[in-house]
Design a protein around this ligand. Structure first.
Ligand code: 0RA
Length: 633
């Protein structure tokens, strides 16, 4: 028998040793947060006693030497002998890890989130700890050092009081510094007091010459919590909704109020732990809110036929709410263990809140009106925002991210080294695609159809598929959204036939650029390709002439020889090699850079270009286009 006791004792010592060796595993860290965690561990046990209904006062004292005392007026930790270990329950609670939960089962326990290792871990990490239990008219006391008992459980005096008093000195060998932050402790105690209606929780700081004390007590529980959160906000109705009800073994509390703000601040708690990742209680609460407000609005004709239901977002705009549940067996999920997983809780919360909120709306028609009005405004704003967004999206079809299918892009990604040939017709487009230097030359063929919109309004021009493809290929957007910085090619080269149709297309493109992409012209990005007009063949040589003048010169040089001359009517007549040689090869080609002096002139030109007469149009192109040869040299 004796050997077995020894084995148990060794286990206990090993457990406490593990806590001291790796304190972070048990209390998170050994900085100020870990230090606070010690205080919370001890206070949590007293709050449990309050949740069980046996305690309504907790006093926390910060002493000048760094030690802390936590006192409650509960039943007192049991001191009777534990049958298996033959030790006082008081000692077991303080020396065996996770032993606290075994006592007083079937109650709600504050679940201290990730940690909640119990007072034995606090004991292990304390230079000394002393506990006094006021019970049955006696005061029982036991002292420990670094977790190990240094006295028996002794009766030291008589008392008329009840409760547990724990004092401890965090171990300086483990904690970096023993500096408690009053405000940080106070905030958690305030929250605890909100969540434990009727509890007096006092924090007394004796570290300075003048003692500071703050006491938290909220008759209204989480109703007071909502009022507290809204102290800096503007509520839009007078009464805070509140419900407290038990469903099977789950205790459910919810409180809410709407403000004139837009943010949603819902805080969800499970066993007094702030479940920042939400969980089943929050899901149930939200479902109840959406359903109940929609039902009420329909029933009272505040949502008319044909109007859509409020969305979840609509009913949460400007909402301040607390949902707090207490369960005997809370299950926490997620990385931070701050998400409630108990599946049954969703339905329980949903039914309790639905019923109580519906009743509240019936009893408080003024509050109800204000709330529904808020939801309606939110819904309308959201609808308006959606429409505006859709419009923007529709607009930006013109600058959509997917490049047009018929664009044969170049592989170069540096716009300053890239060129785009806008080519008339699919057949010329085919030759250009084959003849180009694909590394830096892209080709976009445009169909003749573009002609049909020449005289059309701007919207119609913009809705033209060919123009859309062009804008997308350029990457700049158009109109107000035009951004030259997004231009994908620094040379835009219009390459059309030297016939009437070709000149029409060129004209249309020029007017389009004048009207909608003026900066592109101003910055010298627009060019007109110069395909040859004639091919002159002499022996094995080929000569290209780009004008009648040039043709005559060549013929003179060939000295009256009888040579075949062919006139190119269209780009399609040239094979890809010829097109490259004559019109696309930077070493040999001639480009006309399109320039304008100012916008006023451009506008005048536009009118002129749109006119029926051909001569002024021709003149424009000639006078405003300067020749640029061998751009790459
Ligand atoms: C288990 C059973 C009983 C009281 C407690 C735990 C208790 C624990 C702590 C920790 C800090 N303060 C506490 N107060 C009470 C009740 C045993 C009984 O009287 O039946």
């Amino acid at each position: 028998m004796a050997a077995r006791y020894e084995a148990k004792d060794i286990q206990v010592l090993e457990g406490l040793e593990a806590v001291r060796r790796r304190p972070g595993m048990y209390i998170g860290s050994t900085d100020v947060r870990g230090l606070h965690q010690l205080v919370f561990e001890v206070v949590d046990n007293s709050v449990d006693e309050a949740l069980a209904g046996f305690c309504d006062r907790i006093l926390v004292v910060l002493h000048p030497d760094g030690s802390v005392t936590v006192r409650d007026n509960g039943r007192g930790i049991p001191v009777d002998i534990h049958p298996q270990t033959k030790k006082s329950a008081l000692e077991v609670v303080h020396t065996v890890l996770h032993s606290g939960a075994k006592f007083g089962g079937g109650q709600y326990k504050v679940a201290s989130g990730l940690h909640g290792v119990g007072v034995s871990a606090v004991n292990a990490l304390s230079e000394w700890l002393e506990v006094k239990v006021h019970r049955d008219g006696k005061v029982y006391r036991q002292r420990y050092q670094r977790g190990k008992p240094v006295t028996k459980v002794e009766v030291i005096e008589k008392t008329k009081e009840r409760g547990t008093l724990t004092s401890f000195m965090p171990d300086r060998a483990i904690f970096k510094a023993i500096h408690y932050q009053f405000d940080s402790l106070a905030q958690r105690f305030r929250e605890m007091a909100f969540l434990t209606r009727g509890l007096w929780l006092t924090l007394r700081d004796q570290r300075k010459d003048s003692e500071i004390e703050r006491a938290f007590y909220f008759e209204g529980g989480i109703r007071s919590f909502v009022r507290y959160l809204d102290r800096t906000r503007k509520p839009i109705h007078d009464h805070i909704f509140y419900v407290e009800r038990q469903e099977n073994s789950t205790l459910i509390e919810a409180a809410l109020q709407y403000t004139d703000g837009y943010a949603e601040s819902i805080f969800a708690f499970a066993n007094n732990i702030n479940t920042i990742d939400g969980g089943t209680h929050l899901t149930g609460f939200r479902a109840a809110l959406t359903r109940t407000l929609n039902d009420y609005a329909r029933k009272n004709n505040l949502l008319k036929e044909g109007e859509e239901n409020f969305s979840g977002e609509d009913v949460r705009e400007g909402l301040t709410a607390i949902i707090s549940v207490k369960l005997t067996d809370p299950q926490f999920e997620s990385q931070t263990k701050a998400k409630l997983g108990n599946a049954e809780v969703k339905g329980q919360v949903e039914s309790v809140v639905t019923e109580a909120l519906a009743a509240f709306l019936e009893e408080r028609p003024r509050d109800a009106r204000a709330i529904i009005e808020k939801c309606t405004t939110a819904a309308h704003a959201r609808e308006a925002a959606r429409k505006a967004r859709d419009l923007v999206i529709r607009k930006s079809v013109l600058e959509s991210l997917t490049l047009p299918g018929k664009l044969a892009d170049c592989s170069e990604r540096d716009p300053s080294k890239s060129e785009l040939y806008i080519v008339e017709g699919d057949s010329a487009g085919g030759s250009a695609k084959q003849g180009r230097e694909r590394r830096f030359q892209a080709v976009l063929p445009l169909r003749g159809k573009i002609l049909n919109v020449e005289k059309a309004g701007l919207t119609k021009i913009l809705s033209n598929k060919e123009i859309q493809a062009l804008i997308t290929a350029l990457g700049t957007g158009v109109g107000e959204q035009f951004d030259l910085g997004n231009l994908r090619y620094h040379r835009i080269i219009i390459m059309t036939d030297a016939d009437v149709d070709g000149s029409h297309i060129r004209t249309l493109l020029l007017t389009f650029f004048f009207r909608h992409m003026l900066d592109l012209i101003k910055n010298g990005h627009l060019y007109i390709a110069q395909p040859p007009l004639y091919l002159i063949q002499h022996k094995k040589e080929k000569y290209y002439a780009y004008s009648d003048e040039e043709k005559e010169k060549i013929l003179k040089r060939l000295d009256g020889a009888k040579v075949p001359i062919s006139r190119y009517k269209g780009l399609g007549e040239m094979n890809p090699e010829q097109l490259w040689e004559t019109t696309m090869n930077p070493e040999r080609r001639t480009l006309l850079q399109v320039g304008i002096e100012d916008a006023a002139e451009a506008d005048r030109t536009f009118e002129m270009l749109m006119g029926e007469e051909v001569p002024p149009r021709k003149r424009f192109i000639q006078t405003h286009a300067k020749q640029v040869r061998n751009l790459d040299v």
